[in-house]
Design a protein around this ligand. Structure first.
Ligand SMILES: Cc1ncc(COP(=O)(O)O)c(C=O)c1O
Length: 401
């Protein structure tokens, strides 16, 4: 055996990309599992609203009726029944879609990674609304792309600001979560969606429209997808997910993209994981065929409406004078901004000591961060638990304003 002194050390790991406040998020999310902490931090759907009995029945059926197919390798583009069910759902909702327009992915997160792999090279520019989904920023950072923040407000990305970024930075890609955005809960107005589609056509950039929350609308009328705007139809990839509507543990999402882009993502997926879990896809397809997801979502939306209202009603009693917050029409998140002088990252340790957690807003920013921002998820807790958690937050914030 080679003596330890003669051993050559193995090569170093590739340096992971550095993200603002990246480790703060890991620390905060680790706390979501502590039973003594009421966590508003994670983007977890309510566990008790997951339709576990009917999912178990769907798994039972596929494993007893077609175990060979459910447990075997399969094609990379995904279970035909599942693609057909999702295509029919999108078509019913106003976006004509064929099963072959879809690629089933291991969560919408994998769809993002596939798009980043197929579209981005070091130095390419990605424009994002600021703040935006943290794990998308991580995904883009791994490619070496340069992420350029675009200011956004209650109505979504500010089109004039996007025009300036397009003229100066020439982005290859614009990443958006137009409906109930993570982290702010805000929704992009229909007029802005049309403007963004027009800009993409005029300037030749692609759009990634990430929509895991759109089905969780508890107020108001749906706003048409950017993918449904004729100008941008040939350059928009729409991402969806079963995580927030059925269960995140399925790890199933999809990508709807024009032919050449979809095929490029399919090849990348073959290299990455061959295909998403056959049995999970088959069970999800069975579940969608045997059960009325819309009926199930009626109760999920009602619960989230009540939870959101509970949180919003409590915030004026809790947050320091001068604070502002979003008023989402759906999804899972409220975004609050405390007045100048507050630092939600620094307050988190005290909050956890008092049994409550949230996510500081800084890591969601691709540009300069406002240290007074925080993301609160209302989805996972019943109203009485939200009241208790907000009471604990009041103790943390008392005397800081
Ligand atoms: C905006 C956004 N995109 C994608 C994802 C990933 O979803 P999935 O569980 O389908 O991978 C999330 C999860 O929270 C999200 O908020």
């Amino acid at each position: 055996m080679t003596p330890p002194s003669a051993r050559v050390p193995p090569p170093a790991l590739v340096e992971p990309p550095v993200l603002a406040g990246g480790s703060a998020i890991h620390e905060a999310l680790a706390l979501t599992g502590r039973p003594d902490v009421i966590s508003f931090a994670g983007g977890l759907p309510a566990t008790e609203l997951i339709d576990a009995d009917n999912l178990r029945a769907a798994y039972d059926r596929v494993l007893s009726e077609s175990p060979g197919r459910a447990l075997q390798y399969a094609g990379s583009d995904g279970d035909p029944g599942l693609r057909a069910a999702i295509a029919a759902r999108l078509s019913r909702q106003g976006l004509p879609t064929r099963p072959d327009d879809l690629l089933i992915t291991t969560g919408a997160q994998q769809a993002l990674a596939l798009l980043a792999t197929t579209l981005l090279r070091p130095g390419d520019v990605v424009a994002v609304e600021d703040p935006t989904y943290l794990a998308a920023l991580q995904c883009f950072a791994y490619t070496g792309a340069r992420v350029v923040p675009v200011p956004s407000d209650d109505g979504g990305i500010v089109v004039e600001a996007l025009e300036r970024v397009v003229a100066t930075a020439r982005p290859k890609l614009l990443y958006l979560v137009p409906t109930f955005r993570n982290p702010t809960g805000q929704t992009m107005a229909g007029s802005r969606r049309r403007e963004v589609a027009r800009l993409a056509a005029e300037h030749g950039f692609r759009i990634v429209e990430d929509d895991p929350y759109g089905e969780l609308r508890f107020r108001g009328a749906p706003v048409p997808w950017i993918a449904a705007q004729p100008e941008a139809a040939d350059r928009t990839a729409l991402l969806g997910s079963l995580s927030k509507t059925i269960a995140p543990g399925l790890r199933l999402g999809w990508l709807r993209a024009p032919g050449t882009l979809r095929r490029a993502c399919l090849l990348a997926k073959q290299a990455l994981d061959l295909h998403s879990s056959t049995v999970d896809q088959a069970a999800a397809a069975r579940y969608l065929a045997d059960h009325d997801l819309d009926a199930h979502l009626v109760s999920v939306r009602a619960a989230y409406r009540e939870r959101c209202a509970t949180l919003l009603a409590a915030l004026p009693r809790v947050l320091p004078a001068g604070s502002t917050w979003s008023r989402p029409d759906g999804g899972m998140f409220v975004w609050a901004r405390l007045p100048a002088g507050h630092d939600t990252g620094a307050l988190l340790r005290d909050a956890v000591a008092k049994g409550v957690a949230y996510l500081p807003g800084a890591p969601f920013h691709a540009g300069p961060a406002d240290p007074g921002t925080m993301r609160l998820s209302f989805a996972a807790h019943r109203p009485e638990v939200i009241e208790e958690g907000v009471g604990r937050l009041a103790d943390v914030l008392a005397g800081t304003g």
